[in-house]
Ligand binder design. Structure first.
Ligand code: SF4
Ligand code: SF4
Length: 242
């Protein structure tokens, strides 16, 4: 987003709405620090931020620049150009009732890096993707992250993109259930190197008798299992049965 310096009166109304503190007022003019802005679009939503002069506007050339990538990860009102999925470009492996990505005998993993008020950068994401690539993880194709890697086998991104900021980036993949220990061990190791927060989602299908197949294994590894964390109903789209 950008602020028209001719129109801005420096009232400061927009400042507290930015989730990462990228807007500041100086000399009676507001400006956006583009090194901090994650392109979430919040400040430009006129039904939320009542800018009295209409000074905040979308960069018309955003998607011709690298910054357009940030918008796909930060703005839920955007539809991803490759996956064609609105709302940050992924249906997310954690909504398995809808996507049906995780089959029996598999686990799905979603690492949700960065949250509002903190966010993350692609450099932080790369710490995780390179670590997981070393143990042979293959990335979810219908995820915006897969489309900006330059070397998926090594989990790397082009160097020019590493500074890009995003509100939240979801690293998604599925793997055979027997890889559980290797994956969680690597996640725990790399977590100590991260300069952001993340949530770890583990997705598995219930056994017919209601048991959660990998629960005991996860607990043996020292993780607290919270099976009530998020259960999405299929909303009439039972693709998991396909
Ligand atoms: S709300 Fe509008 S006029 Fe007020 S500081 Fe922000 S951009 Fe400027
Ligand atoms: S687009 Fe989002 S991150 Fe960027 S300045 Fe506006 S509110 Fe802040």
């Amino acid at each position: 987003m950008l602020i028209d310096q001719e129109k801005c009166n420096g009232c400061g109304i927009c400042v507290p709405y930015c989730p990462v503190g990228a807007i500041s007022v100086s000399g009676k003019k507001a400006s956006i620090d583009l090194d901090i802005c994650a392109e979430c679009g919040t400040c430009g939503r006129r039904y939320i931020v009542k800018c009295p002069t209409g000074a905040i506007y979308d960069d018309p050339n955003l998607f011709e620049t690298e910054r357009g990538i940030s918008k796909y990860f930060s703005d839920p009102m955007t539809t991803h150009k490759v996956t064609k999925i609105p709302g940050r470009g992924t249906e997310e492996v954690k909504t398995n009732d809808v996507t049906g990505r995780v089959k029996r005998g598999e686990i799905g993993v979603a690492l949700e890096m960065g949250r509002p008020c903190l966010g993350t950068t692609l450099a932080e994401v790369q710490k995780v993707t390179t670590a997981l690539a070393r143990i042979g993880i293959v990335w979810e194709h219908m995820s915006p992250l897969s489309h900006i890697m330059d070397d998926p086998a090594n989990g790397t991104f082009p160097a020019r993109r590493l500074g890009l900021r995003m509100i939240s980036c979801i690293i998604e993949f599925t793997a055979p259930a027997e890889r559980l220990e290797a994956i969680l061990t690597e996640v725990r190791r790399v977590a100590k190197e991260l300069d952001t927060v993340f949530s770890l989602d583990l997705i598995t299908r219930y056994d017919p008798d209601g048991r959660i197949p990998v629960r005991e294994d996860v607990e043996k590894l020292g993780f607290t299992v919270r099976p009530n964390a998020k259960i999405n109903l299929g909303l009439g789209r039972p693709l998991s049965e396909v």
